[in-house]
Design a protein around this ligand. Sequence first.
Ligand SMILES: C[S@@+](CC[C@H](N)C(=O)[O-])C[C@H]1O[C@@H](n2cnc3c(N)ncnc32)[C@H](O)[C@@H]1O
Length: 322
Amino acid sequence: MPEDPTAVEPEPAWSGVRRGPLQAGEWVRLVDQKGRRHNFALEPGKRFFSNKGHLEHDDLIGRDEGFSVTSSVGGEYVVFRPLLSEFVVSMPRGAAVVYPKDSAQVVAMADVFPGAHVVEAGVGSGALTCSLLRAVGPTGRVVSYERREDFAEVARRNVTQFFGGDHPAWDLRVGDLAEGLRESGTRADRLVLDMLAPWECVDEVAEALLPGGIVCAYVATTTQLSRTTETLRAHGGFTEPRAWESLVRDWHVEGLAVRPGHSMTGHTAFLLTARRMAHGERAPLKKRRPAPGAYGVDYTGPRPVGMPPQAAEEAYDDGRGR
Ligand SMILES: C[S@@+](CC[C@H](N)C(=O)[O-])C[C@H]1O[C@@H](n2cnc3c(N)ncnc32)[C@H](O)[C@@H]1O
């Protein structure tokens, strides 16, 4: 008989996933019949209270997750351990977190692989850090810079709680990213930026990234997106940046009523990636002319290499191609 890999509690392999019966100290997620969610850590002798009465933690400890329980006044709850995507939106926050739909895009489009050496800033509450650590695994490395000590502490608690201990690939540093990169001389496969002004760090990012490496920025506003893109272009050592956003819409599927959900998480932030050329190599200049007015009189940001400060035709262009 082949051995059942799920029969015994395995080494965690730093996935943040636990198997086997629920134990004291672990977090559980209860969802009621209206979809309301409650997350808490199991403590022997403690009670969970809601508007549906109470439940004894002791009645949950020792059971295999994926069961339903009834509270003292008849409320029904389904009990599971929280998934990573559920944990990060319910954990304590210092700064705003990267939502799971965007973390998934970062891992996929920045091609974060097992064993990768990743540098990220800022850490904020540690949500994206959990996805990066999971993607690189115990043989990789995630060096995370956060300039606010209080946020770094929140992140340390969240990440440690999710993985159930100190993740062997994680190196959390309190300080400014650009300074840290300059002082440490770190080299990285991937550089992930979720910070206010990523364009201020482009020289240090370029120095730290290995040839073929990827910079991935997550920015909330169009002005941040523009500044970061143009600074990468003007640097010349990166491929043409690609910018996008992801919109995820749930669907309601019930009998003949199959339609998009009424609400969705609309704008969260924009994503931007570019690849590092080999050191000393420059990306070829774009052959396509810029859109009319793109770099006209009103444009004050960094200019792509070879772009004259003001083409004559742009001087009177109103940005609508006239
Ligand atoms: C939106 S939060 C990051 C959220 C985080 N990615 C998460 O998923 O929980 C942005 C963080 O970047 C930090 N930050 C901004 N500029 C920084 C810099 N130059 N170096 C290091 N951290 C920086 C801020 O203190 C803040 O905590």
